[in-house]
Design a protein. Structure first.
Lengths: 230, 253
């Protein structure tokens, strides 16, 4: 008889498996790094060479770059499971499907978080932003934002991976839900890079945290239903 | 008007929808008197809204769009609430009835929401001077509409009926949950929308016409939802009754 393992342990195993697959090819990370690099470059071309405009809008460009990259990365996270029906195998293992959700969310979030750390020096080079104002909370914002994109994103990518026109479906379903996250993350990032005279950073951080918690728990509740149908 | 009347009306509509789903006897006729009532009330609404109600203090005649704009958005919210209720019910106990009702509520809600938002945009132009603005109610209604357009697209892109039902139910819940968060996040940006009025700040005839408009639209909401539900149900039965295409044909004698 298989020994029963705890949900967290199972989630950790799923996460480790995803990291291992990623580390062996490094294909996904490389692809999204170069994709978002070119997105950031395109923003600066589209806005023209005025450094002040670019610096003022840098948080928005950074998060749009991350958001576009996340669609590619999330789509891939269940596509690798559809080969040889790996997801069916995963669901059939004697662990809760919720462990797969938790593992996948943090797998996707860690990839996005890594990407955002890579993009930070690029924003300095392209948009001339100042990172040294509040680096700790900047990293916190990036982390919370990555988790916030991944929590609903993991549920939707599990759905879209099997639907027709999946490349259109994922952003169509995901972007409306992410509107508040985008607002909160862009504002919070702005106040870590630029002066924050009215001290608004705290409330945006709270909104980000609330968004993460809400979508982690909703996803946690509904993911088994999605996995059942895969 | 006593405050319990709106709730009573809502309960009546819900009861009528339930009766429509449950009883084949009610199904062929109940929608007809409601549709007739809605049509008569709509004609009266034209008169009441355009001539009987006094012009708005600051916006004069432009403000009259209120009597159709606000009821449309209310109906969209009601339809989406019904949709998410059906989604939760489907996930707790699978049933084709709740799936069909969820589909019809979402589609009718998108219709009412799209008309409501377009009318809001038309209203915004002469009063705020812009077609579009960072207003929490405007943005959250639009985001909700986009989410439900995605929901309908997901339904039409998924062939397997059971998958379609489960996935769209999950997607409906995720979209509905985002509503209050969208609302709060946009409200923290600057806002132009007039502070929400309540019956005590608005002239009495205007409240009466607005309520008249709401009841009119409620009639249409009911008729649209049950008729769209019938279409969804007959599509389901048609899909299930079709024989598999690869079925071996008996050789002709």
């Amino acid at each position: 008889m298989t020994p029963k393992i705890s949900l967290l342990h199972a989630a950790w195993l799923v996460l480790k498996k995803d990291w291992q697959i990623e580390w062996r090819t490094r294909a996904r990370l490389t692809a999204i790094i170069f994709f978002s690099l070119s997105t950031l470059l395109l923003f600066s071309f589209a806005m023209g060479p005025d450094v002040n405009t670019l610096r003022a809008h840098a948080p928005g460009y950074l998060w749009l770059g991350l958001l576009f990259a996340s669609v590619l990365s999330l789509g891939e996270s269940f596509r690798i499971e559809s080969e040889n029906q790996a997801l069916t195998g995963l669901v059939l293992t004697p662990v809760e499907p919720r462990a797969i959700f938790v593992g996948k969310v943090f797998g996707n979030a860690s990839l996005l978080f890594g990407l955002s750390l890579v993009l930070l020096p690029v924003t300095v080079a392209l948009y001339d932003v100042e990172l040294s104002r509040d680096p700790l909370r900047l990293v916190l914002v990036l982390f919370l934002g990555s988790v916030g994109i991944s929590a609903p994103g993991t549920v939707y990518s599990a759905i879209a991976a099997n639907a027709r026109a999946r490349d259109v479906m994922l952003p169509l379903l995901l972007f409306p839900v992410l509107v508040p996250l985008l607002l909160a993350a862009v504002s919070a990032t702005r106040f870590t890079l630029q002066p924050d005279p009215q001290e608004q950073l705290g409330s945006w951080l709270k909104l980000l945290t609330a968004f993460d918690l809400i979508y982690l728990s909703v996803g946690f509740l509904v993911f088994p239903k999605v996995a059942e149908e895969d | 008007m006593p405050s319990f009347i709106p709730l009573t009306l809502l309960a009546l509509v819900v009861a009528a929808i339930v009766a429509h789903l449950a009883s084949p006897k009610v199904r062929p006729w109940l929608w007809k008197p409601v549709a007739a009532l809605g049509a008569v009330m709509l004609v009266a609404l034209w008169y009441l809204g355009l001539f009987w109600a006094p012009p708005e203090q600051f916006m004069s005649d432009v403000g009259r769009i209120l009597y159709v704009h606000v009821p449309h958005v209310w109906m969209a919210l009601l339809a989406f609430t019904l949709n998410v209720g059906c989604a939760v019910a489907y996930l707790m106990k699978k049933s084709w009835v709740t799936d069909a009702l969820a589909e019809s509520a979402a589609e009718v809600g998108v219709y009412f929401g799209a008309v409501g938002v377009s009318m809001g945009s038309i209203w915004a132009r002469p009063t705020w001077g812009v077609w579009w603005d960072w207003d929490p109610r405007l943005i959250s209604t639009t985001v909700m509409l986009l989410a439900y357009v995605g929901y309908l697209a997901l339904r039409s892109f998924t062939e397997d009926p059971e998958r379609r039902a489960t996935w769209s139910a999950v997607s409906a819940i995720l979209s509905y949950v985002s509503l209050p968060i969208v609302w709060f996040s946009v409200r923290w940006w600057n806002s132009l929308h007039q502070v929400q009025s309540n019956p005590s700040t608005v002239d009495k005839p205007m409240v009466q016409v607005l309520r008249w408009g709401a009841v009119t639209m409620l009639c249409f909401l009911y008729v649209f939802i049950v008729k769209r539900y019938e279409i969804a149900r007959s599509r389901q039965t048609a899909a299930m009754e079709l024989p598999p295409l690869e079925a071996p044909r008996p050789e002709a004698a």
